[in-house]
Design a protein around this ligand. Sequence first.
Ligand SMILES: NC(=O)CC[C@H](N)C(=O)O
Length: 297
Amino acid sequence: MCGIIGLHLRDPALHPVLGRLLDDMLGGVAERGPDSVGIAVYGDEERTPPGHAAVSVLRAPGDLAATVGGLLPGAPAVCAQAAGDTTVLTAPVAVDALVAAVSAAAPDALVVGSGTDLVVYKGAGHPRDLARTYGLRDVTGWQGLAHTRMATESAINPEGCHPYSVGADQCLVHNGSFSNHATVRRELQRRGTAFDSENDSEVGARFVAACLAEGDDLEKALLRLGETFDGFYTLLVTTADGFAVVRDEIACKPAVIAEHPRWVAMASEFRALADLPGIDEARIFEPDPGRVYTWQR
Ligand SMILES: NC(=O)CC[C@H](N)C(=O)O
């Protein structure tokens, strides 16, 4: 199984209630993935203040903010906020500089998200409990997603939890399993890509990040993924300004998209969309097999 929800808001009047809408949607996919949950939020100005980088970290030592601050030029103020297994660090510096300082300060910690607009939380446990731990209902912003996991390919732990966020402001969540992920992993490793987990979905995320880094747009990157990966998938991929959904050519993993003048939403289950404002006027459809659907901010 595994459950996915995603919401891309077109109407800024809805930004203050992004968290409430995501939390209600999450209730519709909680049973699809009772192992663990991850969420990603774009544009919450309290969690990712303008002019700041944000880095989400697993296994962060208690004094990480102070150590990181000491390593950054000019020793800027670094804020740390812990929510369950995830700690989010923010500082008024470039994203790469903050990621490098976190890695140098805590070599055993794992960076699971980074960007100027994105915050990621991941942990093992029941989705409803963890949504409370992450304060999901209070989140604001213009885009967000969540993934509830029933593991198929790697251990049930925070590292195996989605989203995989392996490039600045990028996220990928996956329902399904890639059958040739070990082969693609070896090919990416030959080209210098490092991995953080044994998970098949991480391989998909690293592949998409490499395509984007080569200059592909989201549609091209996901078409290339379809030419390279075997197996089953519904994927939701988000970037600093994009939202994309694709299913494999057989499309045995469920997905529903709803498009409304005020928002675009996708979910693994129809019922996760039922309470969205204006759902009765939305265009609701199941994505065609192998076709990439994208929206830009
Ligand atoms: N049930 C699923 O869709 C699992 C997704 C992915 N293969 C994982 O193990 O995390």
